[in-house]
Design a binder for this molecule. Structure first.
Ligand code: THG
Length: 366
């Protein structure tokens, strides 16, 4: 593929200069921004992530901020996850659905206070849907995208590095919780979360001006920890079963099809605009669902939908796949019809390089 032409519409991030200096080799676009995908190589980045610590520019995880007396009500309109028990300081993974129960996004929500929330979005223009609901329902809430840019610190040495920059008290932050920590006189939200299964933190950098100083402080402190620039890794996230909105699921899928039923409590999520639609599908159960799939042989880059076939019958599709160094197989994420979704079922997957043998797995590789 040829190079992508930069322009105002393809936004840089507060960390872009550092990402370039670190030798980024490829980007994708995400929320109209640049998201690095490769530094050394996807495989070398994978091994480094699993053994050391990386700093990721995930500013593409934009925040949709809700502020005002109706913010909790609006938040519950967006998701079938029951938010009544959610406390300030907690993060929730929340499927966001439209009135048909179709997935619009799969963000992490942060409750800052009763009347202030952040929705840390995946790749879709959720801001417009949220602003539309707020206006249409005449809600007393401000909806905008503040100058907040997440910087992730991921890998087995993440806690060690974070202690050096923010102090030992960072270790007390539990998974999917956040606290406030000071950097150069500014108080930043830091959560134990991130788009890998290796553990780590996400720093919600408030103000683009401290992006470079914070990046530099992490690299200065992490010299002896072999800290490197990294990014969400295409192999590691498939092994771990972390879904990618727009790739593994779209507006055509319900949360139940995506295997996100455990993040839905539709019966009690009063006010969710997709509630009636989801109550129906939850009762019957989905007729297709996300499954881990292993694929034999050599596979090309998965840059398109790969049909899953039994003879001439299409029974699903693979939307993410990669050769796994640690598991001696190609790991993949598929959407499979119920007639063929049992573990052990043998299928053929049609890649752009031809058909390959595939097997439905009972769990992801972690
Ligand atoms: N962090 C933040 N924002 C994000 C992402 C993130 N926005 C975009 C994208 N990633 C949203 N998608 C996901 C997908 C999975 C998870 C988080 C965001 C995730 N899942 C845990 C898992 O599957 O192990 C389970 C979470 C739970 O148990 O509640 O972490 O990464 N800020």
């Amino acid at each position: 593929m040829a190079l992508v032409s930069p322009s105002r519409r393809l936004r840089r991030t507060p960390f872009s200069s550092r990402v370039e200096a670190a030798g980024v080799k490829a980007y994708t676009t995400y929320n109209h921004m640049l998201l690095p995908t490769v530094f050394e190589s996807v495989e070398a980045d994978y091994h480094h992530l699993k053994n050391h610590v990386q700093v990721w520019d995930v500013a593409v995880e934009r925040q949709v901020e809700l502020r005002g007396p109706d913010s909790a009500r609006l938040m519950q309109m967006l998701t079938p996850r029951d938010l009544r028990g959610m406390l300030p300081g907690q993060c929730y993974y929340v499927p966001i659905v439209d009135e048909t129960g179709g997935m619009l996004n799969d963000p992490v929500a942060l409750k800052l206070s009763e009347d202030r929330w952040w929705i840390s979005i995946a790749d879709s223009d959720l801001l417009f849907w949220v602003k539309g609901l707020a206006y249409g329902y005449r809600l007393d809430v401000l909806v905008d995208e503040p100058d907040i840019s997440p910087l992730a610190v991921q890998g087995p040495k993440a806690e060690e590095l974070m202690k050096l920059v923010f102090g030992d008290s960072i270790a007390a932050v539990r998974f999917f919780r956040f606290g406030w920590f000071e950097f150069e006189g500014r108080w930043l939200v830091i959560a134990r979360s991130g788009y890998s299964k290796q553990g780590g933190f996400e720093i919600y950098v408030d103000g683009s001006d401290i992006g470079e100083p914070l990046w530099d402080a992490l690299f200065e402190a992490g010299k002896d920890l072999n800290v490197r620039a990294g990014c969400p890794n295409g192999i590691e996230r498939v092994e771990g079963g972390l879904l990618s909105f727009g790739n593994d699921m779209t507006r055509d899928n319900t949360p139940h099809e995506c295997g996100l039923g455990r993040f839905c409590s539709t019966e009690t999520a009063i006010g969710c605009v997709g509630r009636d639609a989801l109550l129906r599908v939850a009762k019957e159960g989905p007729v297709q669902q996300i499954r881990p799939i292993s694929i034999d042989g050599d596979i090309p880059l998965c840059d398109r939908v790969w049909p899953l076939m039994v003879g001439s019958q299409r029974v699903g599709q693979v939307t993410s796949a990669a050769k796994s160094p640690d598991f001696q197989t190609n790991v993949a994420i598929g959407m499979v019809r119920m007639t063929h979704w049992d573990a052990g079922t043998k299928l053929m997957v049609h890649t752009q390089d031809g058909p390959r043998e595939a097997t439905v797995q009972d769990k992801f590789w972690n």
